[in-house]
Design a binder for this molecule. Structure first.
Ligand SMILES: [Zn+2]
Length: 163
């Protein structure tokens, strides 16, 4: 049975899927990337499978063998193109087509509302703050606001994806 797309599906991505991880975080999904782990672990596949089971995450991978080992806990990503990957997850009913500013795209930490000081101190924030809501990643000390993910990504999610 497929999970309810309104429920928060959680993901674990292999090293081939760094861009997809960022997109999933842009979309508000809790996504751990293998790129955050130390390299050179000969048993990384087993580590990923165990972590997926322990934390009830769906393992997304470009590796046919790993996907087969993961059985119901893993999904083989068919394309190298990030939009096709996102579409595959929508088609599988694993995610909804939406953008939510709830997680840091770099580190997956949940964002909180930014304080006025944090907003003022970020020289990359827009000068005109009217109508904007600001969020903060305590892990990266990074400021986000509605629109900061770039019009590009919002437009791609809204226009190119079906579902
Ligand atoms: Zn962060």
């Amino acid at each position: 049975m497929l999970p309810d797309p309104s429920a928060e599906t959680r993901f674990l991505t292999d090293r081939m899927l760094g861009t997809l991880s960022r997109y999933l975080r842009f979309m508000g999904y809790d996504t751990v990337s293998a790129n955050g782990f130390a390299e050179g672990n000969a048993k990384e596949d087993t580590l990923l499978l165990n972590l997926a089971l322990q934390e009830n995450r769906i393992l997304l991978t470009r590796d046919t063998e790993l996907a087969a080992r993961g059985k119901g806990q893993a999904v083989l990503m068919k394309s190298d193109d990030v939009m096709e990957q996102v579409q595959q997850l929508i088609d599988r009913g694993l995610i909804a087509r939406r953008l939510r500013m709830t997680r840091c795209s770099l580190c997956n930490t949940e964002l909180r509302e930014a304080t006025p000081d944090e907003t003022e101190d970020a020289d990359y924030a827009p000068q005109d703050k009217n109508g904007l809501t600001f969020f903060w990643c305590v892990q990266c000390s990074k400021l986000y606001w509605n629109g900061s993910h770039g019009r590009h990504i919002s437009e791609r999610i809204e226009q190119e994806l079906k579902g």
